[in-house]
Each structure stands twice: as structure tokens, then as C-alpha cells.
Design a binder for this molecule. Sequence first.
Ligand SMILES: Cc1cc2nc3c(=O)[nH]c(=O)nc-3n(C[C@H](O)[C@H](O)[C@H](O)COP(=O)(O)OP(=O)(O)OC[C@H]3O[C@@H](n4cnc5c(N)ncnc54)[C@H](O)[C@@H]3O)c2cc1C
Length: 131
Amino acid sequence: MTHYDVLIIGGGQAGIPLAHALANGGKKVALAERKDLGGSCVNFGCTPTKAVIASARAAFQARRGAVFGLRVPSVAVDFPAVIDLVHMTGRTHPEINSELNRKVGVKRISIATVRQLERRLELARTMLRGR
Ligand SMILES: Cc1cc2nc3c(=O)[nH]c(=O)nc-3n(C[C@H](O)[C@H](O)[C@H](O)COP(=O)(O)OP(=O)(O)OC[C@H]3O[C@@H](n4cnc5c(N)ncnc54)[C@H](O)[C@@H]3O)c2cc1C
């Protein structure tokens, strides 16, 4: 059975840097993420919303072209294309996982493994209480 010093639940803005720091400090780290590594910030929060804002700003500036001595006949927002851009800026790529493992030796484990570990821990607690 593999032994870990630390189990981190959640691979978001808090979990990933913590995993890096602990692994760099010599700890054997396991990370459990139920969905996409990167958490809310990179997958649907900070980064994707900034991509939408960037498109909105570009459209706004283009419409004010005359102020800058530009002739911009018309500006149309292609919303599906904006959303494609949003998805491209998200960092949910399979390589994040392998990069994380390779760089700092953090092992990503499944939620099922976490549940197994919890059951073992509970069993150990029960046995200790019985002593
Ligand atoms: C629309 C939006 C825009 C934002 N913009 C900004 C911004 O511009 N600047 C800024 O500083 N902040 C912004 N934030 C806030 C920022 O996203 C959060 O502060 C940050 O992501 C919190 O990090 P975290 O690691 O605590 O949580 P998260 O990044 O949410 O990570 C938690 C992770 O834990 C996982 N998880 C949860 N429960 C379990 C479980 N039981 N088992 C396994 N995995 C689990 C989740 O799947 C998730 O991946 C924004 C948030 C949103 C929603």
C-alpha cells in the first residue's frame, strides 16, 4: 500500500499551490480532485470571465473608432466565437495532470481511493477506541 504524508482534497487555487509547496518540501502528497484540475478560477471563474471582458472591451473600443480617427463601418459580436475563446483560455487540459505529477511528484488519486482511505482511517479509529 502506498503511504502519503498529506492528502489534499480539491485541486483548485488553494490545493495545487499547497501540493506543490508540500512536495517541494519533501512531503509525499496525494491530491484528489472530483472534477477539473484548476478549480473554479481557471475553469469558470477568473480566467474565463476575463476573456469575456476582453472581447467586450475590444468591441467597445472598435465602436469608438472615430474618437481615434478610425473608420470602423460596423462591429458585430459573434457570441459563439466569444464563448469558444473563453473555453480556449480555460486550462483544463489533460497535460495539467501529468505536468503536476512530473514537476513535483504529486500523485492524483481518485475519489474512490479517498473513500477507501477514509474507511481504513475509520477502522483504525474504531480499533484504537476498542483498546
Ligand atoms: C465567476 C467568478 C469569477 C472570479 N474572478 C476572480 C478574480 O478575478 N480574481 C480572484 O482573485 N478570484 C476570482 N474568483 C474567485 C476564485 O475563483 C476563488 O477565490 C478561488 O478559485 C478559490 O480557490 P479554492 O482552491 O479555494 O477553490 P476552487 O478553485 O473552487 O477549488 C476547489 C476544488 O475542490 C474540488 N472539490 C470540492 N469538493 C471536493 C471533494 N469532496 N472531493 C474532491 N474534490 C473536491 C472542486 O471540484 C474544485 O476543483 C472568481 C470566482 C468566480 C466564480
